[in-house]
Design a protein around this ligand. Sequence first.
Ligand code: NAD
Length: 708
Amino acid sequence: MIDYKTDADGIATLSWNVTDRPTNVMNEASIAAFEAAVKRAIGDPMVKGVIVTSSRKDFVAGGDLDLIRRIDGIEASMAASGPVSAILRRLETSGKPFVAAINGTALGGGLELALACHRRIAAADPGIRLGLPEVTLGLLPAAGGTQRLPRMIGIGKALPYLLEGRKVAPEAALEAGIIDEVVPPGELLTRARAWLLAAGEGAAIKSWDAKGFRFPGGGPQTPGPMQIFFGASAALMSKTQGLYPAPAAILACVYDGCQVDIDTGLRIEQRQFARLATSAATKNMIRLLFFSLGEANRLADRPRDVPLRDYSRVGVLGAGMMGAGLAYVCAQADLDVVLLDVNVEAAEKGKAYGAKVMDALVAKGRLSAAQREAALDRVRCTADYRDLAGCQLVIEAVFENREVKAEVMRRAEAAMDADALLASNTSTLPITSLARNSQRPERFLGLHFFSPIEKMPLIEVIRGERTSEATIAHALDFAKRIRKTPIVVNDCPAFYANRAFGMYPYEAMTMLGEGVAPALIENAGRMAGMPMPPLALIDEFSIELLYKAMRQARADQGEAYREQPQDAVLTAMVEQLDRPGRKAGKGFYDYPKEGGKRLWPGLAKMFPPVPEQPTLDEVRERLMFSQSLEAARCVAEGIVSPRDADVGALLGWGFPAVLGGVLGQIDTLGAEAFVEACDRLARRHGERFEVPVALREMARARGRYHPV
Ligand code: NAD
């Protein structure tokens, strides 16, 4: 795990080489090996100085997340994180100089190891990233990162790295004072040796271990940093609503730990880490953001016996909002695109959209002009179906109209290669019903993208009744090729994401209709951690659109249509009040010309608030539990797997990661407590809160959607 070498000049080289894992992770075995190597170097009188480096592409990665997620109890946490912190402190105070020769990316524990060394030299490779991203998974740097970085570069400069998990390339790290030198990769070890050989008295003593240490930029109780703490606490609350414990714990580590000596500070850091590592919030984030998302991106469920499909050419039918975005995303992924619309001019309009998106990227320096040209060259605009020959996949994104879609599908299939896939990006028409227009329904499926496609990472891969498993596997290959995250969903009205997410705006409108104060509804949504309050969100995607969908459903279903609780609000907003949404400048909110928005005061007249208002918690439950409940129904009906349900909620509509996803929310609360709450809500508000049988049984058996 650690290659150990000494030379005639008394320089020991400790090179991390964890071969049984993809990176140099810090786990029990590698830490024990590192500890032994450090002790050997310290104890060997022939060794004058030590280089710590890596034999692999990356430097050293952080803690093993699988270990961290299985930590059970404070004692276990201290036992897991304590040894790393202790050995780093040991090498720091050993009296012998240690230099980190950073040959590759060093994130989390890897960078903390480097911070404990007496000098940090990195290879000049702009692909290398240095940072402490623990916070993004609900953790904190527990190997001294919260204590050493502020003592090195000052509290104000350290906080963004700790609180936002900012990652930087070596040059930027040098500028920030995180590392001391950047050298050509080939010279890394020579320079490290040269520094050690020249290191004089005092080179192995950190400033904070020397007499008279002063914080760069002032200690935590001095006016500058005091202001920074006030500001950071306020900003944190407004950004996270206090839902995410990690940034608050990091602030506490820095504030408390920097007022005492570093050894006490390191103990404070250990305790705060243990508090996080044992919390449901952190376990949720690790499971969802690392494991579940990782599995979805790796296509863990893809049938292995189906050969991989390589894509080079894709057809897009309809160059409107979705088609234009699709063509752009495919071209960016180096695919040739045939963009077809009723005439070439209409297709060109769609292509122009991609050009505009790329102009902005070029202006920001994130894309070169040549890359922009190359991507545009790959998009061929046409109105001729014969151009679809040679496409491995054709995606239709024409008007949401059955007849138009049927006609387009018929013409496309006539021109497509025999083994090519045909997909529909419909948002409302069941795939099995559309498949009736297809001559080869086993190669027809739904690929439901979200708008704007270039920003939204999710694709719902929808399996119709007759879609083959090979088609699903090949659709997953396509998702990976264009760097999107797929979830696999069985066909049903509205599919999975819109069906479960729809409960959030619907429940909000239902409450508005009942006389719940609009500000209370909006605050409850915001404070629950949703990216946008529900009424503001409906305004964004248009009240009128939902109103039209309701009218359509009514027309389609005739007598069978069941009035929904939110229907009256939609009708009043559109028919009586003529307030169709944000685009028209009036919806649940007013949008003054000078910018900003405020809840429309007229709502109080139309939907007078009742004198007995519910508590914030009751409103939050209705908004959040209704989404989880609908997802639970989808799982019970076999529409989606629990993992994909939670990944879909995260990427499709920004459901708060700290809850672990829509089903994670049920697990966090405990299925029994969730079912009890829903039963109470059902008695008070009606059958839409009734729990599916499978969930009730799971609660009785004390089961969970995800293993702990
Ligand atoms: P749009 O109205 O912006 O674009 C539709 C395009 O299809 C237009 O350019 C039109 O000229 C073209 N078209 C119409 N008839 C055609 C024909 N016979 N042959 C070739 N081209 C034809 O619509 P959109 O918002 O891009 O939606 C397209 C599809 O994507 C719909 O099925 C919609 O439900 C679905 N969808 C939309 C969203 C969204 O947020 N807009 C999200 C997911 C899915």
